[in-house]
Design a protein around this ligand. Sequence first.
Ligand code: KIV
Length: 279
Amino acid sequence: MAGKVTTATLRALKARGERAVFLTAYDYPTATFADRAGADLLLVGDSAANTVLGLKSTVEIGMTEMLIFAAAVARAAKRAFVIGDLPFLSYQPSDESAILNAGAFIQRGCDAVKCEGGQRVAQRVRAMTDAGIAVMGHLGLTPQSMAQLGGYRVQGKTRDAAERIREDARALEEAGAFSILLEAIPPEAAAYIRDAVDIPVYGIGAGPYLDGQLVISHDLLGSFVGDIAPRFVRRYTNVGAIVEEAFRAYADDVRAGRFPAPEHWYSLSEPIVPTAVAV
Ligand code: KIV
């Protein structure tokens, strides 16, 4: 598919029953590779707190760090639709904070923003969409509310719980959200929620019956350093092991004097006799 992905493209994919490919990215090279590989959406997630910064929780990352990551990803994305993740306390306090912080992502080149919550953030979503900003909602396991949820727990497991998320999805659509992301919800409940709205509904750990799938790129690539290992991840390679092996080989070469070799040296324009040559 040629041209930049837009909200219209995403609606068209859903209408044709084609699944959108959604990945996280936090830096220029990863976003470039994902874009070249044909990802439709890139999320500059606040999961950067865990994946890139080595923090324990997403509530520890703020706008300053997020905007640097977002600008790098937006620069790289020639085709993919880029979503900046509003960090904790960047949209909860007031409509004004939501508009200003969402606007900062858009000014850095993002196409949209994402925020966590349903009915309780519907007013903020309305304020941002009224300001002309495309907003994705995020329901189910919402890491910024981890303490309230009691940990990394699957959501929507009972009829009542699924019903509440379905109401939240409706509230987000009503408030103008262009799409919704469902996290850690059983597939049948996720499909039930998807059926309640007309906008695209994507999933991470929410089963196959959705309009597209998100995976955290570090999980897929095997470059996540930490204890979180969700069952919904499929690892496609082991970048961590590959990188570590390359660093070990370099260390061995330096210590053994095999690096640098003559092909890595610059030549002189005229002879100079060195005063000291390390052998
Ligand atoms: O920050 C992020 O990557 C996210 C996903 C886990 C949904 O919000």
